[in-house]
Design a protein around this ligand. Structure first.
Ligand SMILES: Nc1ncnc2c1ncn2[C@@H]1O[C@H](COP(=O)(O)OP(=O)(O)OP(=O)(O)O)[C@@H](O)[C@H]1O
Length: 498
């Protein structure tokens, strides 16, 4: 398809917003304004079939916007097409753009300086693909490997839209567990801190963690006095506050549901639906869903639109779709009988000498509870404590221990030093402990999604090449189940013999 200089013909998908396309042009063809008109390369081909009157209007808006920036248009060929969001992402990749290049003009400079101080210079794959779409204001489903930086992607979008001079809740991040909430709030606070500004400009964005497990007394008085800019919440506490009308969401610009597949499968799904449909309207907010696992994602995308959880032009961004787990994970399994598992785990810990590790144990079954057995988590904790595996802090994280102990365990893990954490799947979602080098499945995870999230608690340094190890202890009868996970998640497990 060839178009002559001075004319633009665009056949565009309604889902591509004007702003996003303009950004794509700006990346692909950096433009200073001093070029001679005939040297400015511009190539844009959008493919789509039918164009209704509404679409024609949005295409015309785009043409006008481009014309207002450029005086001339060169021939367009089909080889230089921008047809999907993925390609927009690829433009950014081709040009080796840094996070600053992508975020400049959207995210305040003090936040960009902060991410550089933290050592984040290059975007991860999901950040590369998602940030342009997020900045265009479209609703998004961020679907990418564990440990791939989805949190930073949605936080940068939040920082790009909030106005800290306004006293209103402008972003809400909903998470499944207290631990993940503490972590996300901490990252947001680190990014928002404005230490190098003069005092009068030092009004920074306020971030409230509204998480299950406390009395929420402090949050209630805070909400009465001055609403925070960003709230990170678990659904239980959030709904409690919404029902008491302690939180107003009219000014909310961005709603993030992290670990979205987990949230829709939890017992709180009705509260989640209510939040998405009744408390706020899709037209007044940008909705972002994130997870490393979205089973049947096409169906989910369809539901998002049908159920009006998102606007109709929601974009599903799927980074590394054929590799759902980070490639630097080395997967192993070891077959033994159930009563050999303690000694097998101890031998593995001795031979692997992990820097830090998480041992995943399944929740105690009702049958075992009724039989009066001790939960496997406590039994294992005792075994590990008695085994004198030098130097490791040995900790427990499970749902039924009280919230203070959970918080204490979590805080200790984050202080550094070697640890062995015995945990149920509560630690499987979102928890970011980048120093974890080894995962042990003391019990076989109950499905492939659980395997993926447990395994994903290691290998969480996006640009590192260091191998991390995931080992599953199983009985010979369970081998075929693990084989099924291997097929589903497209990875290979090596058999280990002690
Ligand atoms: N651009 C970047 N460069 C280097 N490190 C990064 C970058 N972005 C994020 N990280 C780091 O990567 C780690 C994982 O990020 P994050 O917790 O957001 O992963 P995630 O995609 O949400 O994973 P999960 O699906 O398991 O929740 C964090 O320790 C974070 O600090």
């Amino acid at each position: 398809m060839v178009l002559l200089r001075g004319s633009i013909r665009l056949v565009g998908q309604a889902s591509h917003s004007t702003e996003m396309l303009l950004q794509a042009l700006q990346w692909k063809f950096p433009f200073t304004g001093n070029e001679r008109p005939d040297t400015i390369p511009l190539a844009l081909l959008l493919t789509s079939a039918s164009i209704g009157s509404k679409r024609r209007r949005s295409t015309r808006t785009l043409i006008n916007s481009i014309r207002s920036q450029r005086t001339s248009v060169s021939p367009i060929t089909s080889s230089s097409s921008i047809s999907t969001n993925e390609e927009v992402g690829r433009f950014v990749a081709d040009q080796q753009l840094t996070l600053r290049n992508i975020c400049e003009g959207h995210v305040p400079d003090h936040i960009l300086r902060r991410i550089e101080e933290l050592g984040y210079h290059m975007p991860t794959e999901i950040q590369r693909q998602a940030l342009p779409v997020l900045f265009s204001g479209q609703d998004c489903i961020l679907h990418a490997q564990t440990g791939s930086g989805k949190t930073l992607a949605y936080l940068l979008q939040i920082f790009s839209v909030i106005n800290i001079q306004r006293s209103a809740v402008q972003a809400l991040i909903v998470v499944p567990t207290r631990e993940l909430g503490m972590q996300v709030a901490k990252v947001a606070r680190i990014l928002a801190a404005k230490s190098d500004q003069p005092v009068e400009e030092n009004k920074s964005c306020t971030i409230m963690a509204l998480l299950d497990g406390g009395t929420l007394r402090r949050q209630k008085s805070w909400l009465k006095a001055d609403p925070p800019t960003i709230i990170v919440a678990t659904l239980g506490s959030l709904c409690q506050m919404l029902e008491k009308q302690m939180i107003k969401l009219e000014s909310m610009r961005v709603l993030v549901i992290d670990e979205v597949d987990f949230m829709f499968n939890s017992s709180q799904v009705s509260s989640l639906r209510k939040l998405l449909i009744s408390y706020t309207s899709i037209n007044n907010r940008q909705t972002v869903f994130a997870s490393a696992s979205i089973p049947q994602h096409r169906r989910f995308l369809y539901d998002c639109i049908q159920q009006k959880w998102t606007k109709g032009n929601v974009v599903h961004i799927h980074a590394n779709p054929i590799q759902p787990m980070p490639p630097r994970l080395h997967h192993r399994f070891l077959i033994c009988s159930r009563n050999e598992r303690h000694s097998v785990l101890l031998s593995l810990l001795k031979s692997d000498a992990p820097q830090s590790a998480i041992v995943f144990v399944n929740e105690q079954s009702e049958k075992s509870k009724k039989a009066g057995n001790d939960p496997e988590t406590s039994v294992l904790l005792d075994v590990l404590k008695k085994s004198h595996l030098g130097g490791h802090e040995i900790l427990l994280l499970e749902e039924k221990i009280n919230f203070n102990s959970r918080a204490a365990s979590f805080a200790e893990l984050r202080q550094g030093g070697a640890y062995l954490l015995v945990a149920t799947d509560i630690a499987g979602r979102g928890v970011d402990l980048p120093d974890t080098t080894h995962i042990y499945n003391f019990d076989l995870p109950k499905d492939a999604v659980h395997y993926l999230h447990r395994a994903g608690r290691t290998g969480r340094k996006p640009f590192s090449q260091t191998k991390c190890v995931v080992t599953t202890i199983l009985t010979s009868q369970e081998r075929f189940v693990l084989q099924r996970y291997e097929n589903e998640l497209m990875f290979q497990c090596e058999e280990l013999f002690l």
